[in-house]
Design a protein around this ligand. Structure first.
Ligand SMILES: C=C(O[C@@H]1C=C(C(=O)O)C=C[C@H]1O)C(=O)O
Length: 290
């Protein structure tokens, strides 16, 4: 037992996680929380790193949690979710939707949740199974190869500001909400079970620091919006509306939406089984089974 090494935490390199992570370094310094390394990456990179054990806990695609739920636990009260529009999970369609449904869709290599969400919606709601090709998140290159392109995160946002692609832009969070009436959880923070078992105090300290970072981040969305505009472009007001439009908790609505998503993914054979949601708690860490 025990874990005689630093803990590595993976942070998604998109603005959507800023409200959770932006103040994390500051809070850790204040609490003198040492022995923590932070690495950044695209969701698909962190999904792989968490499963390979190269990171111990990370913000990852909720789909990746669903695929490997038996090896992971979720941190409560932390997610990236939306109840309708997300603004950063976007399908750019260059032909009428009916043609896209019979055609080819290029999907970003950075995603797991949204690619499968799109498959679920296109098949479940429209009875369509277009050909999917996975590509780097380059809108022009994707639209050259396909009738539509799915982008997520900052790539989607920056694509949505362009006026030269001539596409209609569909918000996939809105499509999900209109079809199911549910919230959608795109990212979760998951911990490897063996790490939660071997280093419960450390996980607890990191969890508390993340909660405090989120509390501060959400109190100062205006500062974060200015920083996002300076770093990533766009207007401060855009970013303020973006951060305010997302949800960062993991309450009953998020659980219901994610559970339904896992059920659909299971039905379509995208997951081996519909995963349950197992949350970490420092009181019950001994009950977390390996
Ligand atoms: C809201 C978002 O949520 C994300 C979507 C993910 C996915 O599709 O796998 C993973 C993590 C989040 O970055 C976004 O990227 O815009």
């Amino acid at each position: 037992m025990g874990l005689d090494r630093p803990i590595t935490v993976g942070r998604i390199d998109y603005a959507n996680v800023w409200p959770i992570f932006d103040r994390f370094d500051e809070v850790r310094a204040e609490c003198r929380l040492t022995g923590v390394n932070v690495v950044v990456g695209m969701p698909s990179e962190l999904n792989g790193a968490l499963m390979e054990g190269n990171v111990d806990m990370a913000s990852v695609s909720s789909f990746a949690y669903g695929r490997h739920a038996e090896q992971l636990v979720l941190l409560p009260d932390l997610s990236v979710s939306a109840d309708g529009e997300v603004r950063s999970i976007l399908l750019f369609i260059k032909k009428p939707l009916d043609d896209v449904l019979k055609g080819t869709v290029a999907v970003t290599s950075t995603s797991a949740t949204s690619v499968n969400l799109l498959k679920i919606i296109l098949q479940g709601r429209f009875g369509a199974e277009p050909r999917y090709i996975t590509m780097e998140p380059d809108l022009d290159a994707m639209l050259e190869e396909a009738d539509a392109a799915l982008l997520i995160g900052d790539h989607a946002i920056q694509g949505s500001w362009r006026t030269d692609h001539g596409c209609e832009v569909l918000d996939v969070g809105r499509l999900w909400k209109d079809w199911t009436g549910l919230t959608m959880t795109f990212a979760v923070i998951a911990v490897r079970k063996e790490v939660a078992l071997r280093a419960p105090e450390k996980v607890s300290d990191i969890y508390k620091a993340l909660l405090e970072s989120k509390r501060r981040g959400l109190q100062e969305i205006d500062c974060m919006a200015s920083k996002a505009a300076a770093r990533l472009g766009g207007l401060r007001d855009y970013w303020e509306a973006y951060f305010n439009g997302l949800r960062y908790g993991f309450g009953p609505d998020e659980r219901q939406g994610l559970t339904q998503y896992f059920r659909y993914a299971d039905r379509l054979g995208l997951l081996e089984r519909a995963a349950g949601l197992q949350f970490w708690s420092d009181q019950s860490v001994a009950q977390v089974k390996e």
